[in-house]
Every structure is written in structure tokens, then in C-alpha cells.
Design a protein around this ligand. Structure first.
Ligand code: NAP
Length: 253
């Protein structure tokens, strides 16, 4: 019988939802793990550990040392390194691994999305002469780790929305708006109209909390530079808390 101890890789809404759903399950200990990037964390039930493991080898040592019986990777869709490390470590130890995530947003009728593979490609698309020429007022919602890619763009003005203040290089003309979702459609519409936004840069994170900006961009006929998700390892995936919960219960009998 596997030890009834689950490692839940979080830092996401899904991590919070599953930790809450498994809180109080008799005989099951859930250890939530976060990278520790944000200073203001939402409270989580159960045990919490903070910080990296030290690569795949560090994670293998941690899983073995803590007698972890199964792992749920509920990290954000753009946290691809952690997902890859989890897949490799679990394979080495023969541990069951589930990915709990949210589906990407699909483009809807009326959307004007330009797909790019990463933030650097979004910067290139802005700098090139072409259909985005003249669109100088840009709302950026990618999170602060992707802003370096935009730092050299001096001909645009960026409204940078992020949960915590950016620390790396930023473009010459910008304003930082500190805010945290969930966001409402009416507010997104007002923000984009009042600030005369002409273009949105977003990651395809999926989920409901931050989807209103896409509806607002559609209503205002704004193009969206949509950064596609990185590739993830081939492991079983679920998209709902109840499916994730069921999988966990099945692992521990
Ligand atoms: P990443 O590139 O996949 O991970 C970089 C390193 O951070 C990992 O190798 C690992 O360090 C450590 N790490 C990441 N997630 C961890 C976790 N849950 N517990 C312990 N260590 C973790 O991830 P990232 O994009 O920097 O994101 C970091 C965290 O922020 C993730 O947990 C993610 O869920 C959350 N987040 C990310 C985004 C985003 O857009 N990327 C958005 C919202 C939330 P070691 O190699 O030392 O183990």
C-alpha cells in the first residue's frame, strides 16, 4: 500500500481548488508546494512547502525522503519546467502523476487573435512593419516574468498589469497597474476604453478569472497577440476538481 501522502504542485487556482477539496480527507496528507515567487500568497489548507526542489534530482530526493505516494501537477499552464521535472522524477521513482489544469481559451467569432509561440515573438510582431503598425497603446497581461522581451520597444506605450511590481528591465514608455483577478467584463471594457488601448498581449492561460479581457477586446475590435502554451510532458490530464479528486482517491484506495 502506498503511503497516503500527496505532493500537490500548485501556485495556481487549480492547486487551491484541489487542496480545498482534499482538506480533511481521513488518512490523507496533502503537501502543497509553491515556488514562492509572490510575496502575498492566498492561504492554503494542509501542509505547505515553499521554494524550488533543486531540479529533477532534488525533486527525486524530496519525493523519496517524504515518502510521497502520488503527485498532482497543478502548476500554471506556462510553468513548463516544473511539469517536465515532475514527469521525469515520477518516472524515475515509478510514482503516479496526474496533471490538473484548465483548457486553453478557444478563439471565438469576432476575435482577432495573432498566435505567437512566446513573448519574444510578440515583441517581434510589434516591432515589424505590418498590420500592427500604428497600434502603439498596448495592454500587457503576461505577468512580470515575460516583460524583458518587450524592454527594447521604444515606440510603444505599455500598460503593464501584474500582481506584483516588475523587477526586470521594462520598455521606455510604460505604466504599471498592480492588480489581481478575477476581473469583470465591465471593468475590462472601461479600462481598455479609458486608456485608449489599441492592442492586448496575453498568454493563453485559460480559466474564468481573467477571461473577461478577451470579451472586452472582442467588443472593442482590438487585436490580441496571444502567446500559446509551452509543450507539456505526456501524462494523464484532467480539467476539473472532481476528476482530480477522484484520481487521488483511487491512488490511495
Ligand atoms: P517554471 O518555469 O516551470 O519553474 C521554474 C522553477 O521554479 C522550477 O524548476 C522549480 O525549481 C520552481 N518551481 C516552479 N513551480 C514550483 C512549485 N509549485 N513548487 C516548487 N517549486 C516550483 O515555473 P514558473 O513559470 O517560474 O512559475 C513558478 C510558479 O508560479 C509555478 O508554481 C506556477 O504554478 C506559478 N505561476 C506561473 C505563471 C506563469 O505564467 N508562468 C502564472 C501564474 C502562476 P527547482 O528546479 O529548483 O525545483
Amino acid at each position: 500500500m502506498r503511503p497516503a501522502r500527496l505532493l500537490l504542485l500548485g501556485g495556481s487556482t487549480e492547486g487551491q481548488l484541489l487542496a480545498a477539496a482534499l482538506d480533511g480527507v481521513p488518512g490523507l496528507e496533502v503537501i502543497s508546494s509553491v515556488a514562492g515567487r509572490t510575496a502575498q500568497r492566498r492561504p492554503l489548507p494542509g501542509r505547505l512547502r515553499v521554494g524550488g526542489f533543486g531540479g529533477v534530482s532534488g525533486l527525486v530526493r524530496y519525493l523519496a525522503g517524504e515518502s510521497i505516494g502520488a503527485v498532482v501537477d497543478a502548476t500554471h499552464p506556462f510553468a513548463a519546467t516544473m511539469s517536465e521535472h515532475a514527469a521525469q522524477a515520477c518516472q524515475q521513482l515509478g510514482l503516479p502523476l496526474l496533471r490538473f489544469t484548465r483548457p486553453p481559451w478557444p478563439a471565438e467569432p469576432g476575435d482577432d487573435w495573432i498566435s505567437v509561440p512566446h513573448a519574444a515573438a510578440a515583441a517581434t510582431a510589434l516591432a515589424e512593419t505590418g498590420r500592427l503598425s500604428g497600434l502603439e497603446r498596448v495592454l500587457v497581461t503576461t505577468g512580470r516574468s515575460d516583460l524583458t522581451a518587450l524592454a527594447e520597444l521604444a515606440d510603444h506605450w505599455f500598460l503593464i498589469r501584474s500582481i506584483e511590481a516588475p523587477t526586470g528591465p521594462l520598455p521606455a514608455h510604460h505604466e504599471v497597474l498592480l492588480d489581481r483577478g478575477p476581473y469583470r467584463y465591465e471593468n475590462e471594457l472601461s479600462l481598455m476604453s479609458e486608456r485608449h488601448i489599441q492592442l492586448l498581449i496575453s498568454k493563453n492561460s485559460g480559466g474564468v478569472a481573467t477571461a473577461a479581457k478577451l470579451r472586452a477586446a472582442r467588443a472593442l475590435d482590438l487585436p490580441v497577440l496571444m502567446i500559446q502554451r509551452p509543450a507539456h510532458p505526456d501524462v494523464p490530464v484532467v480539467f476539473s476538481t472532481s476528476d482530480a479528486q477522484q484520481w487521488v482517491m483511487a491512488q490511495f484506495g
